[in-house]
Design a binder for this molecule. Structure first.
Ligand SMILES: [Zn+2]
Length: 441
């Protein structure tokens, strides 16, 4: 049944915000030189720190899985790291030459405020800077104020105003200090209109925006209360493509986007993301493979998906088969390619099942090394496909069995549509393809 997409929002976006942007222009990933002359090159991932694991665990996992950068959080360091465990981990990782981004903890502050939790100290930009300064990270993020989808327009505007004021405050504080960090300004918005407001504020003050973070994406990609109000995953695609083409020379970081969503973020031109998912997934007992979401090593009582050969997927009336066990056996991570493993594939698989299901820290470590290695190998593939002009083809293969496949098709449609002014004037509001596309694909 055809349900016409009944919203004026798309027209508003097409008209007021998309008309001068040519989405068909291919934009490569960016390389950013930081203030301390270190470089980050997209697509890039910052890995979060586990609150359970110790220093040795992080050092071994990050080294074996080829991690180049990690992130910490000023709120966590101030209020949760009572035994200074993370402090030791940060110092050790920095000592190994890993890049360090320190987030402010705006999201954690919002959660604490919502739950009515009393904090022992007033958590403002000055305190955040004091914590950040003491660690001297490569990148500092200002104390930003995330937007809940249920806020009114005015409330959202006030949150954005506070985020911007904090950015200016951080800018002034760092100027008067010896810190050598690069600041990542963060803007929040649920529509191109709101993002444009954030960009304008920055552009009025600074001649260039070499680096930008975008927040408040999580309520769009996760189904939580208020998601529909702000347009959900379709709008997520609109917003990222808008931002990418609005700031073609800026290195853009997306907060809170991991898992399968990262493929879409990279396709829409995001240069870097955070990954905290590895901690939970490794602890939980699942392993990941390219284009295959979380899998247990064997059938369990809870009956959640486990690795299988001949798994069938239906897509657009066609049947696809994935041999997940064979995929695992091809993995080149230090765990799966260990030279002591048997060459007999049946025995080898049993040995891997055992390794990934070891009790306690050892099992978690094996899974973490594998999962992060797979993530890093995916980044290289994304980069390679982008360079050879085959990113869409690559992602299609990856997402064929995913619920997000239609979003890739939508993003591809937008990118091919040459939404420039001439196109808009020609088709204008009458072009209902955008309405029907969302219903049909
Ligand atoms: Zn592996």
């Amino acid at each position: 049944m055809t349900i016409l997409y009944n919203t004026p929002k798309i027209e508003e976006k097409l008209g007021a915000y998309f008309q001068n942007l040519d989405f068909s222009k291919n934009i490569d990933f960016h390389t950013l030189t930081l203030k301390n002359h270190k470089k980050i090159e997209g697509p890039f991932v910052w890995y979060g720190l586990s609150v359970i694991e110790d220093k040795e665990f992080h050092l071994e996992v990050f080294e074996k899985a080829g991690v180049k950068a990690f992130l910490s959080n000023a709120f966590d360091l101030q209020f949760q790291d009572k035994k200074q465990k993370r402090k030791g981990i940060i110092e050790a990782l920095v000592g190994k030459g890993l890049l360090h981004k320190m987030d402010s903890g705006g999201f954690q502050l919002m959660k604490a405020n919502i739950s009515g939790k009393k904090l022992p100290a007033r958590f403002n930009q000055d305190l955040v800077f004091k914590i950040q300064e003491s660690y001297n990270p490569d990148i500092m993020v200002q104390l930003d104020v995330p937007l809940s989808p249920n806020l009114t327009k005015l409330e959202k505007f006030q949150c954005n105003k506070q985020s911007f004021e904090n950015y200016i405050r951080l800018f002034d504080l760092i100027k008067d200090s010896s810190a050598s960090a690069t600041i990542m300004p963060v803007i929040h918005g649920h529509s191109p209109k709101m993002l444009e407001h954030g960009i304008k504020q920055l552009a009025e003050r600074f001649s260039r925006i070499p680096l930008l973070g975008i927040g408040s994406l999580v309520p769009m990609v996760k189904s939580i209360k208020g998601t529909n109000k702000i347009g959900g995953k379709w709008t997520f695609i609109d917003n990222l493509l808008y931002l990418r083409h609005r700031l073609p020379n800026t290195f853009i970081h997306a907060f809170g986007i991991g898992g399968t969503m990262q493929y879409l973020a990279f396709y829409c031109g995001i240069d870097s993301i955070d990954s905290n998912g590895w901690i939970q997934k490794s602890g939980y007992g699942v392993i990941q493979l390219p284009g295959i979401s979380d899998r247990f090593m064997r059938k369990k009582a809870h009956n959640r998906p486990y690795l299988q050969n001949h798994r069938k997927y239906k897509r657009n009336g066609r049947m696809f088969i994935k041999n997940e066990i064979d995929e695992l056996l091809k993995c080149k991570c230090p765990i799966c390619s260990d030279s002591t493993l048997s060459n007999d594939m049946t025995v080898r698989y049993q040995q891997l099942q055992k390794k990934f299901e070891e009790d306690g820290t050892l099992g978690r470590k094996h899974r973490a090394i594998h999962n992060i290695y797979v993530q890093n190998a995916e980044l290289e593939q994304i980069k390679k496909s982008q360079t050879s002009g085959k990113l869409y083809k690559f992602l299609k293969e990856r997402l064929i069995s995913s619920n997000y496949f239609n979003l890739l098709e939508y993003a591809n449609y937008l990118k091919r549509s040459k939404l420039d002014k001439a196109y808009y004037l020609k088709f204008g509001k009458k072009d209902i393809r955008f309405h029907s596309l969302r219903d049909f694909i």
